[in-house]
Design a protein around this ligand. Structure first.
Ligand SMILES: [Zn+2]
Ligand SMILES: [Zn+2]
Length: 136
């Protein structure tokens, strides 16, 4: 298949995308697979992975990578930032309008800057309660 030819949207891929759009937890492929399997009992994890890569290449979803942790997926294409829990890895959305500042885009170093990523991190309410329970 030619690289830029638009791929046929298979029913499996449509189901995976619809499920990801329903979830606002930025699931890993494994978490999404568990949900999709309820609708498509015979689907494999490998198929979910492959379809996620196709959806990402087609610009329909974002893939979020955090170092060595499992990649997470986001079907929300509106500009927004993320906050990640350092305890359990949960990821939530923060509207881009809540950004405390807009960084000046550097023009040095010969780059044409196309964007930037802002990532907040902290403890989610569940982990926060857990810490309070242990220390309190
Ligand atoms: Zn947490
Ligand atoms: Zn998001």
């Amino acid at each position: 298949m030619a690289p830029n030819r638009r791929r046929r949207n298979t029913p499996q891929r449509a189901t995976i995308l619809a499920k990801l759009e329903e979830m606002h937890t930025h699931p890993t492929a494994t978490e999404l697979y568990a949900e999709v399997k309820e609708r498509l009992p015979r689907i494999s994890l490998g198929t979910v992975y492959r379809n996620l890569e196709v959806l990402r290449e087609d610009g329909l979803i974002h893939k979020m990578e955090f170092g060595l942790a499992d990649a997470r997926f986001d079907a929300c294409l509106e500009p927004h930032d993320h906050i990640r829990c350092t305890g359990c890895g949960a990821v939530s959305d923060i509207p881009a309008t809540d950004r405390p500042f807009t960084p000046a885009l550097p023009t040095a170093a010969g780059f044409e800057v196309m964007g930037y990523r802002l990532e907040y991190y902290g403890l989610c309410p569940v982990c926060n309660r857990e810490v309070a329970r242990k220390t309190g």
